[in-house]
Ligand binder design. Sequence first.
Ligand code: HEM
Length: 462
Amino acid sequence: MFKLVEDPCYYCLCFYAVLVLGALLCLASQLWKMLKQLNDEEESRGVEIPPGSLGFPFIGETVQFMAAINSGKGFYEFVRVRSLRYGNCFKTNIFGETHVFVSRTESAKAILNNELGKFTKRYIKSIAELVGNQSLLCASYHQHKLLRGRLVHLFSTNSISLLVKQFDQLILNNLNCWEDGATVIVLDQALKITFKAMCKMLLSLESGQELEDLQEDVGHVCKAMLAFPLRFPGTQFYKGLQARKRIMSTLEKIIRRRREGLDSKNEDFLQHLLAEDENSCSDGLMYRLSDAEIQDNILTMIIAGQDTTASAITWMVKYLGENQKVLDQLKAEQLQLAEKTSKKLFLTLDDLNEMPYASKVVKESLRMASVVPWFPRLVLQDCEIEGYKIKKGWNVNIDVKSIHLDPMVYSEPNNFNPSRFDDESKPYSFLAFGMGSRTCLGMNMAKAMMLVFLHRFLTTYK
Ligand code: HEM
């Protein structure tokens, strides 16, 4: 009934396939030899290239990088292992590009201070596709300057004061719910609260289907940022791209409603951007943000602010749980403040200034956790770092986590000791929020949210 596959064409096809595969392998190995030879020649001329392995031809060490992401130890594990093996400066190849990791404060200073000359910020293409080409995170030098100039006004003292009140309200509502649950997963709760805080601050979204859908879609985009960039239906990356499309269309709808006056006037970032936009049109002098820029940057701020702040809060709870002495000292400070503020419904920005020890707890938590473990930059000119030649077109990453845990920079770096910040830190030793022209825009907001959380957490719970 069945015909055996004896068709000569079938054998021909197999033969050609094997032949093509063989030729490709030959080509790859020749190319690899040539590259290696070039590398060896440079080294023999006395120009040292950082140590480290470039892995297999074409794929480099991408497989090992993805394995670290999926291992449960987190993507920093990939860097940690290599930094132990090769030292302060090493190279690798991920997604077809050469990456160098550096971990000295002097290198951090040179790179973060020299944005225009030799380095510029760049995320890999797949991340840029997810957050959007108009995002502040991906903008090149000139575009970044214009965008940042417009966005920085949003992070005023007034905005922070408003956020303190709104965040306090959110925390109080959520802590009430915690009482019913036997086990609380801090990260999940923190993610919910910080997402709501971001959406309220940016878009005045507080509840409803639009907010729930947005939360789910932002979750897909965040997962896709760490996934292998395969754009086939069913892959994590594809889901992220689809989610981005839905987010953009929701933001488009919200902007349209605002312009048509269908939404009530809100005191949020979007309203400021739309108002600034109208003003800029009338005087014609300021840089006008396009709708695409507004949308990409609203998404950027949700992503930049939610996960980071939630992780920082979670790490802080963990460190406090492990350090009874610190917890006792902190609690004493917070109970004293609670007495002073007992007549007020919500905390104010001034109250946060009455928390000197809590501020050090926040700083120490950020140092130990290094929520953003490295900062990527693209090399624009051949240069030398840590005595090694770094080539134009390579990526150089400041390994902040290594700096934060370097015993030459911080004594007993693995001890959670907020009082280490009684003295001023060495320059470029505390980089939780970056430094220079790309410093975190939401730095003061993140610190404020962490302080409000600490206060309510410690004065409400045993
Ligand atoms: C604990 C929480 C946070 C941490 C640890 C953190 C960390 C950072 C770091 C390290 C950078 C600079 C990376 C680099 O130089 O490559 C950055 C940039 C940025 N962050 Fe944050 N961040 C936090 C919270 C926030 C919040 C709450 C917002 C907004 C509401 C925000 C918005 C941004 C933006 C827009 C940038 C890009 C700045 C630019 O490129 O000019 N971040 N953040």
